[in-house]
Design a protein around this ligand. Structure first.
Ligand code: URA
Length: 434
């Protein structure tokens, strides 16, 4: 087989065979297919898509590009959770404490930032000393002893996705339904969990901009999970503005800590409880959403979720003094206020523009080798439906380099739509697909 023939085939909107997809993924993983050839193929997929059969083939080829974890030595039902990505999405960070405090094993493989969205691994690495580079044995040992472990994608687990993920991030080939479905499901199927909960984000801060696309993505992923014998539930959640108030790696860790201490923003908590409830139901810890939500609320009220988060950070090498006193994590050299240029009610905050502002400040990668600055980001002070007067602070920019601030400022101003019309707060949970 020749890679150029496969690129041309997809460019001409023809379906590749199972063998062709496996060959392409295997040869990309072992370096025989170059990044520039794979970029061309990915772009052809963005224009022409993959059939359902091709998506399953791609998922399985990526799953089989490395090891498939055996988590059978961990007691209990292992439920994994994954988000299709968003701006300010720190749901996993909060769930680490809550789910493990309820004695449900949480063994999670997470990713880095992608496009305008952040990644759990980058966020956790803003805690000094925190190590996400666990061996498989360490990963299993941590879940067995403290109930939770989070690892970055090792080169052993779905290495094809690891390479493709980084390549898509810098080639404008992220937001295609089949690529997202196969990326997420290949990792989840390789990670050895028993059941899967997917947070499929919808709106301006997500890759899926409308509920129709999000439904297609959800159904694809739920079907792939079921066809591989893993019960899978997708929750469609609103990402039409940044989730919570903070965007940026350390800022989001701090917001997660504050949430675990009982000071979480309402929209974030709503999503945390909706996703957590499905996890607890699949793990047979609760029978109904209401029962699951009361269990979760209790872990915040009695401090067990916060204590579990500290135990988790300590176990993965992080300096817990930064959890107890987090101010040093978020002390950039520059804090600039972004002021409202008109009065009224906030109608919209374009999540992608806020995500771009964070990228400009150094909170994400524009090239494969870019280093992230953990301390930078944006604190959203006025959310959708809030009343605002000219001159009031819409958002704060946290920066370390003056040259980025003006550009980020412009993105943030243009992200906001303000008008006279009074509106109600957006609904956060749009659908649950089983
Ligand atoms: N998360 C993933 O793991 N992959 C994607 O493609 C998008 C979000």
């Amino acid at each position: 087989m020749r890679v150029i023939d496969l690129i041309i085939k997809k460019r001409n909107n023809k379906a590749l065979t199972t063998e062709e997809i496996k060959w392409l993924i295997d040869n990309y993983t072992n370096g025989n297919v170059t990044d520039y050839q794979m970029s061309a193929f990915l772009m052809a997929v963005c224009f022409n898509g993959l059939t359902d059969r091709e998506t399953v083939d791609m998922t399985l080829a990526m799953r089989d590009s490395g090891e498939i974890l055996d988590l059978s030595s961990i007691n209990g039902i292992k439920v994994d959770k994954h988000s299709s990505g968003g701006v300010g999405d720190k749901v996993s960070l909060v769930l680490i404490g809550i789910i493990a405090a309820l004695d449900v094993p949480f063994a999670k493989m997470s990713g880095r930032g992608l496009g305008h969205t952040g990644g759990t691994i980058d966020k956790l690495e803003s805690i000094p000393g925190f190590n996400t580079d666990l061996t498989i044995d360490e990963f299993i040992e941590n879940v067995n002893s403290i109930g939770v472990a989070i690892a970055g994608q090792t080169s052993e687990l779905a290495p094809a996705d690891k390479k493709l993920y980084a390549l898509r991030d810098v080639t404008g080939t992220v937001d295609e339904v089949s690529l997202i479905a196969s990326s997420i499901m290949s990792k989840k199927l390789a990670s050895g969990c028993d059941k899967i909960v997917l947070d499929v984000t919808v709106g301006s801060g997500a890759f899926m901009k409308n509920p129709r696309e999000a439904m297609i993505l959800s159904k694809k992923m739920v079907d792939i999970g079921k066809s591989c014998g893993k019960e899978t539930v997708a929750v469609l959640t609103n990402m039409d503005e940044p989730l919570g108030n903070s965007v940026g790696n350390a800022l989001e860790v701090v917001e997660a800590i504050r949430t675990l201490k009982g000071y979480g923003p309402a929209d974030l908590l709503e999503v945390v409880y909706a996703i957590g409830a499905q996890m607890l139901i699949l793990a047979k810890k609760a029978n109904t959403v209401d029962e699951a939500v009361s269990l979760m609320k209790a872990t915040i009220d009695n401090g067990s979720a916060y204590n579990k988060f500290i135990e988790f950070v300590e176990r993965q090498g992080g300096d817990t003094s930064y959890i107890r006193n987090y101010d040093p994590l978020i002390t950039p050299s520059i804090i600039r206020e972004v002021k409202a240029e008109s009065s009224g009610y906030v109608q919209k905050i374009d999540g992608t523009l806020i995500g771009h502002a964070s990228l400009i400040l150094g909170g994400g990668r524009e090239e494969l080798t870019d280093e992230i600055d953990p301390a930078v980001g944006i604190v959203v002070n006025k959310k959708v439906a809030d009343k605002v007067k000219t001159g009031q602070v819409l958002a704060f920019i946290y920066a370390n380099d003056e040259k980025n601030v003006d550009k980020a400022y412009k993105e943030i101003v243009s992200a906001y739509t303000i008008s006279e019309r009074e509106i109600s707060r957006p609904k956060m949970i749009l659908n649950v697909i089983k």
